[in-house]
Write a protein that binds this ligand. Structure first.
Ligand SMILES: Cc1cc2nc3c(=O)[nH]c(=O)nc-3n(C[C@H](O)[C@H](O)[C@H](O)COP(=O)(O)O)c2cc1C
Length: 393
């Protein structure tokens, strides 16, 4: 199934060729004008390295832990609620992550049940939004725990933005005959993708098994989205409630501001991810790599601080670690790998990142990711953004 690719940019090109236009468009996502989406990658490109030429290290170590899980490189899978990319979906991603020694974040909007994903990767964190009533949330948490999920990721940064200047793909409520007729030209123009699905039991059903209670009819992606939109918005007390209901490692994903980071510490979280949801959210939110240093300075000694958004290369990972992140999470990079070549494509992406991290460590004269400091990167004047620092909590 396809050949090895050497960069994430190539994975993206192959995914674009292989996937139907709507599916590819759903992975690209972004919101409004795409300012945040573009800044996420542009900001990494603004940072430079300060390499050495001698006394370099022959051995470079990149193992670490995130929320108690041993990982062989400082990159984990960020949860993404996407459908129809590949028949094995998140199970393929989980297998790839396990094969490469890292952890898996599983979205509650994912296409595969948490039980199957944990069976493929025992280092699985289950991700939840604030949706439904508290009983429903507890049921979903308990199901994830019973399945063996080893951590919870609460994502609270969603702002229900509803347009993009480059247009949104059409996604049907369910693939009934009418939808199939409308989708057919796209599907038929991507025979490799179509055959993969037909070989493994037919067209994607666009349901969200982790939000469906046992014995209930499968909830569709859009049905669940509607439930979410109608849910009263959470308070910090609600965050503390959710954290208490999950007795295990807990990450709050989507924190950009220093004051919010402090409140997250007060709520008892294990970790945060500095993130703007990959630029799919409130457009104009700066790239997380710009907001990271201030957040690390405020809370980095009390909780694990991760970053996600815009990571496309091993060098990006090293930049984030040098500026204080413990590890990063990737979204589109592995989705493109999955779209390009299934499990092998995700493994390929993780190998690209590993190679890039190793190369940057070599150049920087570091023998371990744990030795990285801000001194290793060139930060141009005015690069960082401190969000919400005026209020001390
Ligand atoms: C198509 C798509 C779907 C996503 N769905 C979710 C989700 O269900 N839950 C969540 O916490 N984050 C979700 N995210 C955000 C990712 O977890 C992550 O924050 C983001 O993709 C990181 O940016 P990157 O794609 O540049 O790596 C999604 C991102 C994309 C691109």
């Amino acid at each position: 199934m396809g050949k090895w690719f050497e960069t994430v940019a190539e994975a993206r090109r192959r995914a674009k060729r292989r996937l139907p236009r709507s599916v590819y468009g759903a992975l690209l996502a972004g919101s409004e004008k795409g300012v945040s989406f573009r800044d996420n990658t542009a900001a990494f490109a603004e940072l430079g390295f300060a390499p050495h030429v001698a006394d370099l290290s022959a051995k470079r170590d990149m193992a670490t832990t995130v929320m108690g899980q041993q990982i062989s490189l400082p990159v984990i899978i960020s949860p993404t609620g996407v459908q129809a990319v590949h028949p094995d979906g998140e199970v393929a991603v989980a297998r790839a992550a396990a094969a490469r020694g890292t952890a898996m974040g599983l979205s509650s909007f994912a296409s595969k049940p948490v039980e199957e994903v944990v069976a493929a990767n025992s280092s699985t964190f289950f991700q939840m939004y604030w949706m439904g009533d508290k009983d429903a949330m507890v049921r979903r948490m308990e199901r994830a725990r019973a399945a063996g999920a080893v951590g919870l990721i609460a994502t609270l940064d969603w702002s229900f933005s509803n347009g993009r200047d480059w247009g949104s793909p059409w996604i049907p409520e369910r693939l009934d005959l009418k939808a199939i007729a409308r989708f057919a030209p796209e599907g038929l123009s991507r025979p490799g993708w179509l055959l993969d699905f037909l070989r493994t039991g037919g067209v994607p059903d666009l349901t969200v098994p982790n939000l469906t209670d046992p014995g209930e009819p499968p909830l569709t992606f859009f049905g669940a989205y509607g439930e979410w939109m109608q849910t009263p918005l959470p308070t910090w007390d609600d965050v503390a409630w959710m954290r208490e209901r999950w007795d295990g490692p807990f990450m709050l994903k989507g924190v950009c501001r220093v004051d919010d980071a402090r409140r997250a510490v007060d709520a008892g979280v294990t970790a945060i991810s500095v993130s703007n949801h990959g630029g799919n959210n409130l457009d104009g939110t700066p790239a997380p790599i710009r907001a990271l240093p201030a957040v690390v300075e405020a809370v980095g000694d009390r909780i694990e601080v991760l970053l996600d958004g815009g990571v496309r290369r091993g060098g990006d990972v090293v930049k984030a670690l040098a500026l204080g992140a413990r590890a990063v999470m990737i979204g589109r990079a592995y989705l493109w790998g999955l779209g390009a070549a299934g499990q092998a494509g995700v493994e390929n992406v993780l190998d690209i990142l590993r190679g890039g991290i190793d190369s940057a460590l070599l150049g920087l004269g570091r023998s371990s990711i744990h030795e990285l400091t801000p001194d290793d990167v060139v930060v141009p004047p005015g690069f960082t953004r401190t969000l919400g620092a005026t209020e001390s909590v």
